[in-house]
Design a protein around this ligand. Structure first.
Ligand code: KMH
Ligand code: ZN
Length: 277
């Protein structure tokens, strides 16, 4: 058996309630969404937070409140905070919530065009964030948008900046990074296996927009993990908005069952990822 870990990226920094009226933005809404997602099969919540006016935020207090309510509504779920934040956010602000010592945090492995913006990840800042995560016992999930970033991650592991086992998330379909063409995922997994040279590691895929469902199914078939959620995609099918994050999780869990992949509970996900708590 190779259980699948389903992550739900419930809010993100770019999605708006104008585009997706069911987007959870308050801590209460995020707690409810997280509970529904866990019930549907998610074991990790990838978390961004917002200010009262809906603007993306990296304030520690906002994360603290959302984490408190999520833990109450969905006990046991793995919370992975974002250190990517919104495009243009300072690296100091992006690092702030690490002081809360979440179990996991995202770590973005390179600078790239991101739609019409530039998502800055200076090599010096990547190393500083990784060091801060190690200091706070936070396990990084490595966000990979193109193949060079994967190779950077292996280089940083060799230098001791990243500790093994490495946890990769391939985020495919951002305009400026690799698209969600199925050959891209095959290429990345091929490079990953070569770079791993037999050492244990884990990978999942987050398909952006229309790539979410096909890449999720491809990952299920290839033995990887899956991320869905309104951060990456607001639609259930072409032209039809999803009614909730949980609806997207439910579909992946159902397909996983059809394909013979057991859905990991948070406890099983912790075991797979080697998380201690
Ligand atoms: N909002 C994107 C620019 C992460 O969470 O680490 C970056 C992002 C990645 O969402
Ligand atoms: Zn994110």
């Amino acid at each position: 058996m190779n259980p699948v870990i389903i992550t739900c990226a419930i809010t993100g920094a770019e999605t708006t309630r104008e585009k997706q009226p069911s987007l959870p933005v308050t801590p209460e809404q995020q707690a409810q969404a997280a509970a529904e997602c866990v019930k549907a099969g998610a074991s990790i919540i990838h978390l961004h937070v917002r200010e009262d006016d809906g603007k993306p935020s990296q304030r520690t207090e906002r994360f603290e409140e959302s984490i408190r309510l999520i833990r109450k509504a969905a006990p046991g779920v793995i919370i992975q905070i974002s250190t990517g934040g919104a495009v243009g956010e300072s690296i100091e602000n992006r690092a702030r919530p690490l002081s809360l010592k979440p179990e996991m945090a995202s770590l973005n492995l390179g600078t790239m065009n991101f739609g019409e913006d530039v998502f800055m990840n200076h090599p010096r800042d990547i190393v500083a964030l990784a060091a801060r995560m190690q200091k706070n016992s936070v396990v990084p999930e490595l966000e990979i948008y193109e193949a060079g970033m994967l190779e950077s991650a292996f280089r940083l592991a060799k230098q001791g900046v990243l500790r093994e086992p490495l946890h990769f998330q391939f985020v495919l379909g951002v305009s400026g990074g690799m698209s969600g063409d199925p050959r891209n995922l095959v290429h990345l997994v091929t490079l990953l296996e070569a770079g791993a040279a037999g050492r244990p590691l884990h990978w999942g895929v987050a398909g952006v927009g229309r790539f979410q469902l096909p890449l999720a199914v491809q990952a299920l078939v290839m033995g990887g993990h899956v991320r869905v959620g309104f951060e990456d995609n607001i639609f259930y099918q072409k032209g039809v908005l999803a009614t909730s994050n949980a609806q997207l999780v439910e579909r992946v869990a159902r397909i996983a069952g059809e394909l013979g992949r057991e859905v990991a509970t948070p406890a099983v996900a912790r075991e797979i990822l080697g998380l201690s708590s």
